[in-house]
Write a protein that binds this ligand. Structure first.
Ligand code: SF4
Length: 240
C-alpha cells in the first residue's frame, strides 16, 4: 500500500503537550484555508510505501512515546492512515490525529479499532458560515466528526479530545459561538497569522477567553501553549 507523504519530524515536543512525539505529515487537503501553514502539502504527490513510513517512525521509537498524524488532512487517506496507526499501536506508541473533520468515516474507523488516543479537531467558523468559508459543502461532515469524537470521549474510548479555534483580529466573536459547540471538551484558542493582519496578542486572547466563562488553552507563537483559567469574577457574574 502507498501513502501520499508530506513529511516527517522525528522529534516534536509541541505537537502533543506533555509528550515527546514524532509527527507524520500526510499530503493533500480538500480545504484551502488562507492561513494554512502547510500549503506546500495541500496537494501534489509523493507516494511512498507504508513500510518506508513505518521505518521512519521506527527510527524515532527510542525518543518518543507517541506519534501525531497531521497534514494536509491525514484522514483524507483512510486506508493508509489506518495501516500506519495499526503499525504504531504494535510499536506501543500513543496515537494523535490533527484533523479538520471533513472525513468523519476515517475518524469513526480509527475510533472503532481503538487506533487513536487524541484528536484535535479544528472548527473553522460557526455552522451557518461553514460551507461559504470552505467553498464546499462540508458542514454536515464536520458536525458528524464533532459528534462521534465527543461521544467517544464521553464514553472513555478517546482519552483526549480538543476543539481548536484559530482566532483572527476582527473575528474574535467566533470564539463564543464555537465554544458553545465545544461545551464539555477541551478548547484551544490558537493565534491566527494571516498576511498583514496583526495577530492577536496573548493578552488579547486572554480577554477573549474571559468572555467564554470556562478554562481554555491559548496557543501563540510567542508564548507557546498556556492554560488559562480566565477571569473568575466574570464566571461568577455570568452564573448569577
Ligand atoms: S484544513 Fe488545515 S491543512 Fe487544510 S488548508 Fe486548512 S489549515 Fe491547511
Amino acid at each position: 500500500m502507498k501513502v501520499n507523504f508530506g513529511g516527517f519530524v522525528p522529534l516534536s515536543t509541541v505537537d502533543w503537550r506533555g509528550r515527546a512525539v514524532c509527527t507524520v505529515f500526510l499530503r493533500g487537503c480538500p480545504v484551502r484555508c488562507d492561513y494554512c501553514h502547510n500549503r506546500s502539502i495541500q496537494d501534489g504527490e509523493d507516494f511512498r510505501s507504508i513500510e518506508e513510513v513505518i521505518s521512519l517512525i521506527h527510527t524515532s521509537r527510542l525518543l518518543v512515546s507517541g506519534v501525531v498524524f497531521s497534514g494536509g488532512e491525514p484522514t483524507l487517506q483512510k486506508a493508509p492512515l489506518l495501516a500506519l496507526a495499526s503499525a504504531c499501536r504494535k510499536m506501543g506508541l500513543a496515537i494523535g490525529v490533527q484533523t479538520n473533520g471533513v472525513f468523519p468515516a476515517t475518524l469513526e474507523a480509527l475510533l472503532e479499532r481503538r487506533l487513536v488516543d487524541r484528536i484535535a479537531l479544528d472548527l473553522k467558523t460557526r455552522w451557518e458560515r461553514y460551507d461559504n468559508l470552505l467553498k464546499r459543502k462540508f458542514v454536515d461532515k464536520v458536525q458528524r466528526s464533532l459528534l462521534i469524537c465527543r461521544q467517544a470521549y464521553e464514553k472513555g474510548e478517546l482519552p483526549e479530545f480538543e476543539v481548536v479555534i484559530t482566532l483572527f483580529r476582527g473575528c474574535e466573536d467566533e470564539a463564543q459561538y464555537i465554544a458553545r459547540e465545544a461545551n464539555g471538551v477541551d478548547l484551544v484558542l490558537q493565534q491566527g497569522v494571516l498576511g498583514t493582519i496583526a495577530p492577536l496578542t496573548l493578552a488579547e486572547m486572554k480577554r477573549v477567553g474571559d468572555q467564554l466563562g470556562r478554562r481554555v488553552k491559548i496557543r501563540t507563537r510567542e508564548e507557546g501553549e498556556v492554560e488559562y483559567e480566565g477571569d473568575r469574577s466574570r464566571w461568577i457574574a455570568r452564573e448569577r
